[in-house]
Design a protein around this ligand. Structure first.
Ligand SMILES: Cc1cc2nc3c(=O)[nH]c(=O)nc-3n(C[C@H](O)[C@H](O)[C@H](O)COP(=O)(O)OP(=O)(O)OC[C@H]3O[C@@H](n4cnc5c(N)ncnc54)[C@H](O)[C@@H]3O)c2cc1C
Length: 565
């Protein structure tokens, strides 16, 4: 729709129709609000940020159930997605695959990361699901986001696209958003396109879902704050076809100790090296998403920073990408026959934190408030946690009451929690960047993440959200301080002896929340999803073994049980 409304004040304007903007817009409709959703671009359009996690899918499922979004709910698992929407491309994500590479001097095992026995000290496989039917997914955002907008429209969200907003002003009782929209496409034979015309929207409350350094951030000059310890990073990424699999041979017998806990390509595959990392995500439509996040010195070394300032930068981006792959023989072989389906995107400043997250009559979604790095796929869960809180804010704040002291206090809480969760993610990811030349320390640090999110997921599924009320359990009375202490300590864990001691400290610190058998040296960096880990540790969730067993049955853990979707 490019016609714009006259004389209407909406309860809510949402700017940006990525999945997050559309989701909060449809939730607000379910809460009885009049909602306008304003998009600069036009669907389907490319978007980055593709890999989900158990926690993101659980949050999506929970929001869909709570706000009666039946069309969205099947997209929370691979199996139900394939049954209901096979037309929306998707990737199967059974876990997290990490390989470590020296980059400059490829070691023999680095050239063959799929080899089952070689290089277990240079790889980490953490399963997220026991089988495909209840596995996580990579979201092919062009089609995924378009579907969300369509569902929002069916929920009677008013949707306007190709709108270029340029101003926001405060008025008593509402905010005014002003911009311009193009005239309809000229008819054949018309002399020339007519100039864009101006348009405006009035809303009692505005949510910004336009991503980092987005609309309100710029229009209100909110300013940026640094993310603690996070080095400046850049990203280069695209979509490819013709990408081979890393594991191009059949696995050993399923029960063999040499069989990985999941097919290593059906995962978010991370290739870590000093100064950065590369992601590879396969979709089921023949497309593979791949890209690199690099510290500033590494980006400069591969000519990325210089490429950005040249008029025809694409060939230079391609050269930087090929040079990176050349440092990792396994990746070079994997991409040998690949073709790009779109130009490279280069983001010169990947991480971001807005100095302000909410104000009178407005708030930024977490994805507009800040971003750290794609490592560990923290973007979706943070966005969905924020949407859960904003939905609660809307439910508790009748239209017209958005500026009362109670509403202002609720918004302040939202801003504080959003900021704290971003900082918690940033501290851990910064420590991981600092450990990219020391894989034992890197691996130990990831255990903090996996332990916290698997505990949070189990607590939510048991109906005990109070046990894990913050992302990464950063405000957990016992784990929170340990998390901060160990992250600070990791910066000094350099030598082999220290890294062994450090891993042992992490094992002890996660013990009270470890319900997934993590940090167990006997598993030699391969972590399957094993029901016995949860059953034996149910007491850590204040649950009985029987309650844990019922939970596993409910979520379709056993092949004979049907998930409650
Ligand atoms: C390189 C990279 C890789 C990532 N990988 C992952 C990952 O694997 N897993 C994960 O969980 N997270 C990842 N993220 C984070 C993830 O991208 C975000 O969390 C997610 O995209 C947020 O979705 P969104 O709908 O809020 O915003 P977006 O996806 O950014 O969508 C914003 C929308 O707003 C529109 N818009 C922008 N400006 C305006 C304007 N002025 N007016 C109107 N509309 C506007 C855009 O056209 C777009 O449609 C990654 C991020 C990056 C940068």
């Amino acid at each position: 729709m490019t016609e714009t409304p006259r004389n209407q004040t909406y309860d809510l304007a949402v700017i940006g129709s990525g999945f997050a903007g559309s989701l909060i817009a449809m939730i607000a409709r379910r809460l009885g609000r009049s909602v306008v959703l304003i998009e600069r671009s036009r669907h389907p359009r490319f978007a980055i940020g593709e890999s989900s996690t158990p926690l993101s899918n659980l949050l999506l499922e929970e929001l869909a159930a709570r706000y009666r979004l039946a069309e969205i709910r099947p997209l929370a698992k691979w199996g139900s997605w394939q049954r209901t929407h096979p037309e929306i491309p998707c990737g199967l994500k059974r876990g997290f695959t990490f390989y470590h590479h020296p980059l400059d001097h490829p070691a023999p095992q680095a050239s063959d990361p799929a080899a089952p026995t070689a290089g277990r000290t240079r790889q980490l496989l953490v399963a997220a699901s026991p089988r495909d039917a209840i596995a996580d997914t990579h979201w092919y955002r062009a089609d995924f986001d378009q579907f969300f907008v369509q569902v929002a429209q069916r929920a009677e969200v008013e949707y306007y696209y190709r709108i270029e907003l340029n101003r926001v002003s405060q008025f008593p009782g509402h905010l005014l958003l002003e911009g311009c929209c193009p005239e309809p496409e000229p008819q054949p034979g018309a002399v020339s396109p007519r100039p864009p015309r101006s348009c405006s929207f009035r809303a009692r409350f505005v949510l910004d879902a336009t991503g980092p350094r987005g609309f309100l951030h710029r229009a209100l000059s909110l300013g940026e704050e640094p993310l603690p310890d996070m080095p400046p990073t850049q990203a280069l990424f695209s979509h490819f076809t013709g990408v081979a699999r890393l594991a191009d041979r059949p696995p050993a017998a399923p029960s063999s100790p040499d069989t990985p806990p999941f097919p290593i390509d059906a995962a978010a595959v991370h290739h870590i090296f000093p100064g950065g990392w590369i992601w590879v995500l396969r979709f089921n439509n023949g497309v593979t998403s791949a890209g690199a996040a690099l510290t500033a010195p590494t980006a400069a070394r591969f000519g990325l920073s210089a490429a950005a300032s040249t008029p025809d930068c694409q060939p230079r981006y391609a050269a930087a990408w090929n040079q990176l792959l050349a440092g990792i023989p396994a990746l070079q072989a994997q991409f040998a026959r690949s073709e790009r389906t779109r130009p490279f995107t280069h983001l010169p400043c990947l991480s971001f934190r807005s100095a302000q997250i909410a104000g009178p009559r407005w708030a930024l979604l977490p994805s507009a408030a800040g971003f750290v790095d794609p490592l560990l796929s923290t973007g979706f869960p943070l966005a969905l946690l924020g949407i859960r809180r904003l939905a609660a804010f809307l439910a508790a704040t009748p239209p017209g009451q958005e500026t009362t002291p109670q509403a202002a206090a609720r918004l302040e809480d939202y801003a504080a929690q959003t900021g704290d969760e971003l900082l918690a993610a940033a501290r851990l990811i910064a420590a991981l960047y600092a450990a990219m030349d020391n894989f034992p320390v890197f691996t130990a640090l990831t255990m903090l993440y996996f332990a916290a999110v698997s505990y949070a997921e189990a607590a939510q599924r048991l109906g005990k959200p109070e046990l894990a009320s913050s992302f990464l359990l950063h405000n957990h009375p016992r784990f929170g301080p340990d998390l901060r202490r160990l992250i600070a300590q990791s910066h000094n864990a350099g030598s082999p002896i220290h890294s062994a001691r450090f891993s042992e400290e992490i094992r002890r610190a996660i013990d009270p929340i470890n319900v997934a058998g993590l940090a167990d040296p006997a598993r030699r960096n391969w972590y399957p999803v094993d029901a016995n880990d949860l059953l034996a540790n149910a007491h850590k969730l204040h649950a009985t073994r029987e309650e844990a067993e019922a939970l596993l049955t409910r979520c379709g853990f056993y092949p004979q049980s049907t998930p409650s979707l």
